[in-house]
Design a protein around this ligand. Structure first.
Ligand SMILES: Nc1ncnc2c1ncn2[C@@H]1O[C@H](COP(=O)(O)OP(=O)(O)O)[C@@H](O)[C@H]1O
Ligand SMILES: [Mg+2]
Length: 277
């Protein structure tokens, strides 16, 4: 399944105003892998995704998708295999109805109308919004818009999904719904986010960016638990990986009062005394 592989090789990119946003990034994601791309604001996450999608062209280095180098010639083919969901679904939805938005890609790819319809139904069912088919995208809630944007990508049947901040701005229920959806995919996935709890949940591996470079690449549970690394990259260890304030046990189990001072003599079971699992 090498066609699901995604590689960045010493990528460099500067915006026209001279700002060097990506300063030599290399990594790869293999078939079926879900890789989180995290870092402070301005670290280069969105720029990196746009380079991987061929929406921006690197000043140096290359992108390979399934072993094929991304060039002007290979781009149309590669676009069919890699689907990007933008941070703001309003950038992605522009047709009068959700159904037409989801049909846009397959129709544009020249598929027969019967197949287009089947794909639209399949994609909307997959994200659980078939009932919204005839609704105007701008009238949807934030979570519904995200689901519609994801459906418009799924309708193209991509091998690889690239998602920029998929839970940004969602209320807790919509966030959980998008997370469940993403967890159910077997595609190779690149997911940027500030939502470290979501990254912990969905991405066993993480690439941490700092000022346009890879600061670390490894197991999410390990890297996100390193306070010095996280602070150096402008982030904080997520609450789930913070040691219990009372007994130091990681992960915090909820039995010891978190961070708060424990009244002397109070009888509180410590995390360490609670059997794991
Ligand atoms: N269109 C642009 N022109 C100039 N600089 C930009 C542009 N877009 C982003 N940048 C800069 O590039 C850097 C990386 O931005 P971005 O990839 O959006 O970061 P992130 O997604 O990690 O927040 C930032 O310093 C940002 O200000
Ligand atoms: Mg961004």
């Amino acid at each position: 399944m090498s066609h699901h592989k995604l590689e960045a090789i010493d990528l460099k990119y500067g915006y026209p105003d001279g700002h060097e946003a990506i300063r030599g990034i290399s990594f790869e994601a293999v078939h079926g892998e879900a890789v989180g791309i995290i870092g402070a604001n301005g670290a280069g996450k969105s720029t990196l995704l746009m380079l991987m999608m061929g929406l921006l062209h690197p000043n140096a280095g290359k992108v390979r998708i399934g072993g094929v180098e991304l060039t002007a010639k290979t781009l149309p083919d590669i676009r069919k295999r890699v689907g990007m969901v933008f941070q703001n679904p309003d950038d992605q939805l522009f047709m009068p109805t959700v159904g037409e938005d989801v049909a846009f890609g397959p129709r544009n790819a020249g598929l027969a109308e019967l197949e287009v319809n089947q794909r639209v139904t399949m994609a909307l069912e997959r994200v659980g919004i078939l009932h919204l088919r005839d609704r105007a995208p701008f009238k949807l809630s934030g979570g519904e818009k995200h689901a519609a944007a994801i459906a418009s990508i799924l309708a193209m049947e991509p091998d690889i999904l690239v998602l920029d901040e998929p839970t940004a701005g969602l209320d807790p229920r919509a966030r959980r719904r998008v997370m469940r959806l993403l967890a159910g995919f077997t595609h190779t996935r690149l997911i940027t986010s500030h939502d470290l709890d979501m990254i912990l949940d969905l991405c066993p591996r993480v690439v941490i960016l700092k000022e346009g470079k890879v600061a670390a690449d490894g197991l999410t549970r390990q890297l996100l638990a390193e306070p010095d690394l996280m602070a150096d990259c402008g982030m904080e260890v997520p609450a789930l990986l913070q040691p219990c304030a009372r007994c130091g046990h990681v992960p915090f189990c909820g039995h010891c009062p978190s961070g708060a001072s424990v009244p002397s003599g109070a009888s509180v079971p410590s995390c360490a005394s609670v059997p794991s699992g």
